[in-house]
Design a binder for this molecule. Sequence first.
Ligand SMILES: *Cc1c(COP(=O)(O)O)cnc(C)c1O
Length: 417
Amino acid sequence: MKDATIALHYGYEKDAQKTMNVPIYMTTAYEYQDTDHAARLFALEEEGNIYTRIGNPTTRVFERRISALERGIDALAVASGMGAIFYSISNLVRAGDNIIISQKLYGGSITLSTQTLKQFGVSAKYFDPQKPEELIELIDEKTKLILFESIANPALTVPDFEGIVKIANEKGVVTICDNTMATPYGVKPIELGVDVVVHSASKYIVGNGSAIAGCLVEAKHLKEKLKSKRYPQFNEPDESYHGLVYTQKFENPFIARARLALLRDYGAVISPFNSWLLINGLETLHLRIKAHSQNALEIAKFLQKHPKVKKVNYPFLEGDENYEFAKKYLKFGGGILSFELDSYEEAKNFVKKLKIFSLVTNIADSKSLVTHPASTTHQQLSQEELKAAGVPEGLIRLSVGIEDIEDLITDIKKGLD
Ligand SMILES: *Cc1c(COP(=O)(O)O)cnc(C)c1O
């Protein structure tokens, strides 16, 4: 099956009602046939429904589809993108371990890695995702993972996938790629050798900004890596399941442990209703992401020629600092771009004049959004700190929607007048 067909049909077995749209199983629990059946389910001898905290039939359809689209062996949906990143990290680390993260990451992933995890005895080191050779020095025997983004939010950096994967594989360290911005249609990190893909499904996957959700996807090749001494929790008996050893019992040890141990105990489960929204979002993702990218590229080209614009950042714009890796690894540039005006005042005035773009700190809605980081997300920083963070005070970020391109350009023209 090809991707567009997977997105519409894969992983849904119709029940007695034969509903075309995947039903929403809004239920906490499920009835067992008898006590023997219940005992087999609890002993993991048979697969089946137990309790929605660790699995739900609606959610399962979404998990199968995103796993197939990312070329994984299995997936787990959770309550948010940050939840997915937390589960993927905490599945691999113990107190005393360290992780390596890209300098160009989503803000929440940075604070999670450098502040919150520190309180549990896990430390973080930075690397430049376009200079993977830095990893050679950074990796030690306590290093459990390398986390980076396929297109960084908000920096738009495209990583050197092959360089990162090569060194990580030589050292036996797990790679995690946040593929929120590129989507599985822009790049399939698992095909490039990455071990785990995570998503904030709140963005392009749900598509219309209607739900917070996230997911993790495991590559088939991860199992071999997890068999090493570096990852004892996958090779030693889990006392909470009568001595179960994940790499012996499962072909998908990473997702199995995330579901059976982490989701069971942390409990940040996705609502079946939100899973249903994600299923509906996936059905049109391939059409939307192309439209987002086409519109964004046209706007980037328009802005590049405008006399009031100092600089445009978009990975698929010729001459952009990410152009080379973008052309090598990505099918298209995505819907997010940024550009620089002369001053804080000019940026503020631009935002004020827009009619179609809404001032919102979110990305990847089907409706166009605009942010001015210096007055919102980065407001606490001084002029020097803004510069160091790569956020000039006149920087504008656009999340380009799928409206008519002529209307969008007219709106931007008026904003720049
Ligand atoms: C939004 C976002 C997240 C966080 O996702 P939530 O669903 O808001 O928790 C993580 N990574 C990236 C790249 C994002 O854009």
